[in-house]
Design a binder for this molecule. Structure first.
Ligand SMILES: Cc1ncc(COP(=O)(O)O)c(C=O)c1O
Length: 484
């Protein structure tokens, strides 16, 4: 109490005395503030809730007389109740419920610490045990609980449950970034002499990790052209352990026929991984199609606000156990604050995705009709080579639109990027703010012209990640930028 200022002490004293003097019956269901206790109207109580009385004056007099003490009773009332969440009381969401219901409630306890509606953020690097027997019980797996921050924190468990529910998978492992998730999965699953096959349109750092780094550990990577199922089949050897693809791919937005992809894996006894970052569980359901592992850079749409880095892998719990164990050794974990941001971002995922989808389609249609645009890559457009697959398998086409500026060299293309006023120039996608970039001068700057040609990155390519701004504003902005 010594650190409390005089006015605060006064109001606290008034409140405490009010509580102390209430008759037991008055305390039930009442916040205890004021003499007009918020008593519910009784059937015969036509007058309804009682008006406030003169308690403040009375307690001011008491206070002045100095007859208020901060006794043990009052201290106890001021303590925030550290309710141990009852794990049996986790909100019961079901796959039959809508995605927003799941994203708001799945994995959460109905009654939380401090009786708050939001999850607490436990800024704790370690977790303590009341006695030695508890340590032994924990180590013998008789007592589920936290031990040390690198092995998990309470918020991480809740958000993993939410991610698994959203994706329709059994279990999710959360990592510190999308790349940490990819690296974690591959390092946990592969041994020297194993091989992976992947469709070559992909995030360049994923390719770099496989080609440059897995090779150092004796793992062979075979790249085949995106959506060339015969080539994928032909690249499989008895050593192949994993087939990998993104869908949609980045930045060409090719769409994998998941059933064909899964079938190849099943026929050959090889596991499958889809990086569905650009789709989210709102637009694509890889687990329902039989994919073994779904990966997301949660930095993008799942977090949704350009304010965090995270990644996740979702799949069968037993298959993910080695991945979870390796994460505890790698230490590629999220801080409790980051976990909270992700939990919060996820709650609006479906709402945000609707707007990203609307903006993506409208912008793509606008660009396709514009005289200064040579080509648009967007799976929602009938002109896209994988539109039919997308129409059959996707529930929306996302906010990413890639286009080529007609008859433009790299500087004329850069002039369009520089002329837009709403999207900011930067890498990434999936946040509420639109982002624009010219791949030549962003992710592919260090590639040789030959490499860029091989990866399909011409100098006049622009990648626009539509945020959730109003559609008309984005289109008006692009119109003025293309007319400069
Ligand atoms: C499709 C895809 N997967 C994975 C990643 C890596 O995710 P992060 O940046 O969260 O490490 C990215 C990043 O841009 C991506 O676009």
């Amino acid at each position: 109490m010594s650190g409390i200022s005089s006015p605060s002490r006064f109001f606290l004293a008034v409140w405490l005395e009010t509580v102390r003097r209430q008759k037991p019956a008055e305390k039930v269901g009442s916040s205890g503030v004021g003499s007009g206790q918020r008593r519910l109207p009784q059937p015969a109580d036509a007058a309804g809730p009682q008006p406030r009385k003169t308690f403040q004056r009375r307690h001011w007099q008491n206070f002045v007389k100095g007859d208020l003490q901060y006794g043990a009773h009052d201290e106890e009332r001021m303590t925030i109740k550290a309710t141990e969440p009852d794990t049996s009381a986790v909100v019961d969401t079901s796959p039959a419920q809508g995605l927003s219901t799941q994203s708001v409630h799945a994995g959460e306890h109905r009654q939380k610490h401090g009786d708050a509606i939001t999850d607490a953020i436990f800024c704790s690097s370690t977790y303590t045990f009341p006695d030695t027997q508890s340590v032994i019980d924990f180590i013998e797996h008789k007592l589920p609980r936290e031990e040390y921050g690198r092995y998990g924190n309470p918020g991480e468990k809740f958000v993993e449950a939410k991610l698994a529910a959203l994706e329709g998978g059994e279990s999710a492992v959360l990592f510190a970034s999308g790349m940490a998730a990819i690296v974690g999965l591959l390092m946990a699953k592969l041994n020297a002499g194993d091989e992976v096959v992947f469709f070559d349109e992909c995030y360049h750092r994923s390719r770099e990790f496989c080609v440059k780094h897995l090779a150092r550990f004796g793992v062979v990577t075979r790249q085949v052209p995106a959506c060339d199922y015969d080539a994928m089949q032909a690249a499989i050897t008895p050593q192949t352990r994993l087939l990998i693809s993104e869908s949609p791919t980045n930045p060409h937005l090719s769409i994998v026929d998941l059933k064909r992809f899964v079938q190849i894996g099943r026929d050959q006894g090889v596991e499958t991984l889809i990086d569905a970052t650009l789709a989210t569980p709102v637009n694509l359901r890889p687990i329902e199609a039989g994919v073994d592992y779904v990966l997301h850079s949660a930095t993008k749409y799942l977090g949704g606000h350009n304010d965090l880095l995270a990644g996740t892998i979702i799949g069968r719990a037993d298959r993910l156990e080695p991945v979870r164990n390796l994460r505890g050794i790698m230490g590629a974990v999220n801080s409790p604050h980051n976990v909270y941001l992700l939990t919060r971002g996820l709650k609006t995922l479906e709402l945000r995705m609707r707007r990203h989808n609307e903006n993506g389609l409208a912008v793509a249609e606008f660009l396709e009709g514009h005289s200064r645009v040579e080509r648009v890559y967007y799976p929602g457009l009938p002109s896209h080579p994988y539109h039919e697959v997308a129409r059959r398998t996707m529930l929306g086409y996302g906010g990413l639109v890639t286009f080529l500026v007609k008859d433009a060299d790299w500087q004329q293309t850069a002039a369009v990027v520089d002329a837009v006023k709403i999207p900011r120039i930067g890498p990434s996608l999936g946040g509420v703010e639109s982002l624009i970039e010219q791949p030549l001068v962003m992710s592919y700057y260090e590639c040789t012209p030959e490499e860029r040609e091989r990866f399909g990155i011409p100098d006049n390519m622009i990648r626009l990640a539509c945020g959730i701004e109003n559609t008309k504003d984005l289109i008006d902005d692009l119109a003025q930028a293309l007319e400069q």
